[in-house]
Design a protein around this ligand. Sequence first.
Ligand SMILES: [Zn+2]
Length: 189
Amino acid sequence: MNLHAMKPSTQHIDMFPAAWLERQQRRAQSDVPEVWDMLDQVKDPEVPALSLWDLGVLCDIEKKADGKLIVTITPTYSGCPAMEAMRQDIDKVLHQAGFVECEIKTQLSPAWSTDWMSPQGKEQLRAFGIAPPMPCTHRHDLPAPEGGMACPHCQSENTQLVSEFGSTACKALYKCQDCYEPFDYFKAI
Ligand SMILES: [Zn+2]
């Protein structure tokens, strides 16, 4: 058997990590698609374009026989201060939609990974000026300081790592050598 020939192309892996495909399937098979759609309006307080779904925080939505709604979320980084705000936003949206009985569960295992982000979410990060996380299969180290990381402003790969920590611990700071703009890279975890 030629294993090499069976390997999907790198581009395919980049666009659709298995973890993302699983999430997409869970949403597609849900009994309450309208609730998933409703929660698309809950955004990441740090990147307002990014919904909890796109960020990968929204794991599951279940409706019990008694009508009670159970929303499961997984925090991005432990102690992420944005999580409490997201919880409150979910609660608010559900109550406004008339769901009285709802519970928001926090699930820590499996741990959140940047592979859970939607391809659309990664595009939104780039549009916001943050280089999106590379797939975890490539995460071993930050790209070499000599470059290789595409600038979210001008797409040039002539970029340089300035600091392993950017505006937050989950980001690294880069600088573009072509447009001279500094930018954050959302580290893959
Ligand atoms: Zn640039």
